[in-house]
Design a protein around this ligand. Structure first.
Ligand SMILES: [Zn+2]
Length: 598
């Protein structure tokens, strides 16, 4: 079907030439609600195209129903049956009084490559236009903006040549940028900005930062190197709107970015960046939220957005390099929950980790999270990611409502327990571990078991360890009453006791000995080894009771089975990597699956 567009009819209409079409047919390029509302009446602006040019129009409010019902939309073909051309702020605009949506054409992709039609001002008396009941249009919000921007023109005297060169350029939508054209200007909001990163390698050293720009058509990432970092880092501020031109357009390296664009920008020496005097007309960040429950279905390393309630905030920790002992980065874990009744660990790094000071139970939206398989499913905020507390969006309101009403009292499932149980390592029975000779081969085997503790070895359940973070070596009491670490070459007034528990566990198929390190020991004893030592000094029986109470409890143990030579004999050692309390609901599901398979 050929589209019945009135090709080239816009220009004579806007110029009010005699003989201009009375009932032209156009394609709708965009429909948008005006932000300023007059007397409570909503107004829509519509971008019309005759396939050669496009121009803006206002829809008479009695026709709003066409937009609300979805009949009048981007891509639709319309016939204007009644319209007028009016002057507004020295520009001509079509006021649509009546129109037919030619529904038989459905939604068509953009026809042709229409360009902006800038009609020259006429001598119409401006006083007349004041009486128009149409609200003033903020032309900067139109798709494909025009060269003449009144605000900028008023200020032209005050600003330098560079600004006027930017502002007098044609504004392109971000989605139209490509390496095949180099004369463009975008008007976009910085939705995120990274820290400055330094690199050193054989070729030399340098620095860079990147930011993400957004307009109504889409997003694009831009990166600055070296001199451009000095020039632009302080100029570009998150949340502000800028005119940007003369950057290189490259194919995007998507593995480093959550931005949905085939291309990305690199700032160059003659790149022009100017803060836009009108900050209100470019949209805020867009989100593509995933429910925490659905993280299981998201591929590892995908980049997603999430909104949740902040449930737990851990201290930020400094990570130092093992070899150089030098500070490497800061890291902070937080936990968020949502109405899908899941809780997920989210890790913040660097600046995000240090600056984080949002109180618990706040609604927080995260843009640019990487999905990792660490501990089941967890999330990690990209350097270029964004954290927005209490975003003014619908999802935030309903989440807050859910949390106040019921979420506060909920217990939350985690992807951790599920993965430990079924995804990562296969669940085994103790008989299977022995039958399948797990741990007898060169490579260690990993599996999980659901078992009950039946016995603790109480002698040598812990040892005095070096209190230096990350050392954990055994310390020996020296002659002066201090405790000496050979590795750190230092003495300490007191050691830090750490568990090396040996436990006997049973399931319905047999018995096995497991070794546990300090973190697992703390979980199943419920106290630190230091606490036990102190308790034993005060009241031996109380300490014994703690072990007694910890006995006969069931856990899911994640185990590594590995060959170990001991006094010349090779045996298999079963080391507990992690233990978790049993999620009974999940266990029932597993059992149901097993039963159903018979
Ligand atoms: Zn040490």
């Amino acid at each position: 079907m050929t589209e019945p567009i009135s090709v080239g009819s816009l220009k004579p209409i806007l110029n009010m030439q005699p003989g201009a079409l009375q009932k032209p047919i156009f394609q709708v390029l965009q429909v948008r609600k005006l932000t300023s509302v007059n007397n409570g009446v909503e107004r829509y602006r519509v971008v019309l195209s005759d396939s050669i040019h496009y121009a803006q129009s206002m829809l008479a409010s009695q026709k709003n129903e066409l937009v609300i019902s979805g009949k009048l939309h981007k891509g639709a073909i319309v016939e204007l049956t009644q319209f007028s051309v009016n002057m507004m702020k020295e520009r001509r605009i079509i006021i649509i009084i009546n129109l037919n949506v030619l529904e038989q054409y459905g939604t068509l992709p953009k026809i042709g490559t229409p360009t902006s039609l800038e009609a020259p001002p006429t001598n119409v008396d401006k006083e007349e236009n004041r009486n128009l009941e149409v609200p003033s249009i903020n032309q900067a919000t139109f798709y494909g903006n025009k060269p003449h921007m009144p605000i900028l023109q008023n200020q032209k005297e005050e600003i330098n040549n560079r600004i006027s060169s930017v502002s007098s350029a044609t504004i392109y939508p971000i989605e139209s940028l490509s390496p095949y054209q180099n004369r463009w200007t975008i008007k976009a909001r910085v939705t995120s900005k990274t820290e400055i990163k330094h690199w050193h390698n054989q070729k030399g050293e340098g620095k860079l930062f990147s930011c993400v720009f957004m307009d109504e058509s889409g997003e694009i990432r831009a990166t600055a190197f070296n001199d451009q970092v000095d020039m632009l880092y302080d100029v570009l501020q998150e949340g502000q709107v800028y005119f940007i031109s003369k950057c290189r357009v490259n194919i995007a390296k998507k593995q480093f970015s959550n931005v949905q664009n085939e291309y990305e920008l690199t700032f160059e020496r003659d790149t022009e960046v100017e803060k836009c005097p009108d900050q209100s007309t470019v949209p805020q960040a867009k989100f593509n939220f995933v429910f925490l429950k659905d993280l299981d279905n998201v591929e590892k390393d995908s980049i997603i957005d999430v909104i949740g309630i902040l449930k737990e905030v851990h201290e930020s920790v400094e990570i130092t390099s093992r070899t150089t002992q030098k500070f490497v980065y800061s890291k902070r874990d937080i936990f968020i929950v949502d109405s899908s009744n899941y809780s997920v660990r989210l890790t913040l790094w660097g600046k995000h980790a240090l600056d984080f000071n949002i109180p618990q139970e706040t609604v927080v939206a995260f843009k640019g999270l990487k999905v990792s398989e660490f501990n089941g499913r967890s999330l990690s905020l990209l350097n270029s990611g964004m954290v927005i507390a209490n975003p003014q969006i619908e999802e935030a309101y309903s989440l807050k409502k859910w949390y106040d009403k019921q979420g506060k009292e909920e217990s939350f499932a985690t992807h951790q327990s599920i993965v430990t149980a079924i995804r990562k390592e296969e669940r085994k029975t103790i008989a299977q571990i022995k039958d399948e000779q797990l741990g007898m081969a060169e490579q260690p085997d990993y599996f999980s078991i659901k078992a009950t503790i039946v016995f603790f070895k109480q002698e040598n359940a812990f040892y005095p360890a070096c209190p230096t973070a990350g050392c954990n070596k055994k310390v020996i009491e020296d002659n002066e009453g201090g405790w000496r670490c050979e590795k750190c070459d230092k003495s300490f007034p007191a050691p830090q006791y750490r568990y090396i528990l040996t436990i006997s566990v049973n399931d319905h198929t047999g018995q096995i000995w497991l070794s546990c390190f300090d973190d697992v020991g703390r979980l199943i004893i419920g106290k630190s080894a230091d606490d036990i030592v102190q308790m034993r000094e005060e009241n031996e029986q109380a300490a014994l009771n703690i072990f007694h109470e910890a006995n006969c409890k069931s856990y899911v143990f994640r185990v590594r089975a590995k060959q170990d030579s001991y006094n010349g004999a090779v045996r298999v050692r079963y080391q507990v990597m992690s233990a978790s309390f049993i999620n009974w609901a999940h266990e029932c599901k597993l059992l149901t699956e097993i039963i159903n398979s018979y």
